[in-house]
Design a protein around this ligand. Structure first.
Ligand code: OSB
Ligand code: MG
Length: 368
């Protein structure tokens, strides 16, 4: 496929309600929409880097720079076979996985449209719908948290993830567990602890949690191993797993027992599928994480999560949990059994609402 033209669009979309993690509170979400024109087809990808480097070092600013100055010059006007060929061509650009993943997603969309196959079909995923849960941000008080959780349970979510941070952990989680003894419950610290401060969350081990996500720093694989030795609850890594090699080393080291997979974090869907396959082979369950995606990234997550080893519910909630208006015409809705249908149309299976894109655009540039 000759890549004739690429448009970068920096979006800022208001969230339905603020989202707070151990690294801060946001009211709107930045992303970069990548549009690739090739042989009469248009492919879309989402770069999930956020405005601030709180979750990872990448930001919408660094991603724009890496895309404009390094990734696009390597592929514009070139004949690119598909995602695998693309990955070869950007191999010498270190890191910046979210920037790469945005382009890679657009190439998957193009390949699907060219071959008239959905992403799910291209990946070999079997499930027509996938189990999903909801990721609940830190609230101002445990009472507020209980109210927010109750609302999501009324919406039909059957798995809840609570964000925690030092000082807002055992108390908050115990309150939710006491109110809902049978709820599928898990927590995510977004690397807010070290081995010493993690002593405070030992009581979480008795709250029957599905998993504890990324308690320690992203580069602390070994310390996660040390912590996992002390916990019967499975640790799950998110930020630490940036490639299939990291996944293999984390598993060999027993740094975790479950893996969160996000295509953006690992350089794209190809690598995400490879991590899924590795974990499948060694019998380690995975689940699909989320980055508050627009309808574009959400469609990709649903296709990915339809693979067989996605054994835990994903952080793939309905569109209305995030955005009153989205940039896709499709809005993803929650089924009564806490699942969401996997798109079946070619490529990502979504159509872009150009008026919505215009409304949320804070910067746009076209490259030829
Ligand atoms: O750590 O999983 C995370 C959102 C932004 C950045 C990091 C994370 C999250 C979430 C939200 O937990 C998941 C979702 O998209 O619903
Ligand atoms: Mg996480």
């Amino acid at each position: 496929m000759k890549l004739e033209k690429i448009t970068l669009t920096h979006l800022r979309m208001p969230l339905v309600s603020h989202f707070e993690t151990s690294f801060g509170r946001i009211f709107d979400r930045d992303s970069i929409l990548i549009t690739i024109y090739a042989e009469g087809l248009t492919g879309y990808g989402e770069c999930v880097a956020d405005r601030d480097p709180g979750y990872a070092y990448e930001t919408s600013g660094t991603a724009w720079h890496i895309l404009q100055d390094f990734i696009l010059p390597a592929i514009l006007g070139q004949d690119i076979d598909g995602p695998a060929d693309f990955r070869q061509r950007v191999k010498n650009i270190k890191g910046h996985e979210m920037a790469k993943a945005g382009v890679e997603m657009a190439l998957w969309d193009l390949v699907g449209k060219r071959e008239n196959k959905s992403l799910q079909t291209l990946f070999g995923g079997g499930k027509p719908k996938v189990d999903v849960g909801v990721s609940v941000g830190l609230q101002d008080s445990p009472d507020d948290l209980l109210r927010v959780v109750e609302g999501y349970l009324e919406d039909g979510y059957r798995r809840v993830k609570l964000k925690i941070k030092p000082g807002r952990d055992v108390g908050d989680v115990s309150a939710v567990r006491a109110a809902y003894p049978d709820l599928k419950l898990q927590v995510d610290a977004n690397s807010a602890y070290d081995l010493e401060t993690a002593q405070a969350i030992r009581p979480l081990d008795n709250l029957d949690l599905l998993l504890i996500e990324q308690p320690l720093s992203e580069d602390d694989l070994w310390d996660h191993h040390v912590l996992q030795r002390d916990f019967k609850t499975p640790l799950c890594l998110d930020e630490s797993i940036i490639s299939v090699r990291h996944a293999r080393q984390a598993l060999e080291m027993e740094a975790c027992r479950i893996v969160n997979i996000k295509a953006g974090r690992v350089g794209g869907l190809t690598e995400a599928v490879a991590i899924h396959d590795l974990c499948y082979t060694v019998g380690v369950p995975v689940w699909c994480g989320g980055m508050l995606e627009t309808g574009v990234g959400r469609a990709a997550n649903l296709a990915l999560a339809s693979l067989p080893n996605f054994l835990f519910p994903g952080d793939i909630s309905a569109s209305e949990r995030y955005y009153a208006q989205d940039i896709t015409h499709e809005r993803f809705t929650l089924n009564a059994d806490s699942t969401i249908d996997v798109p079946t149309a070619p490529g990502l299976g979504v159509a872009i609402n150009t008026d919505a894109v215009k409304k949320f655009t804070i910067r746009e540039e076209k490259f030829k």
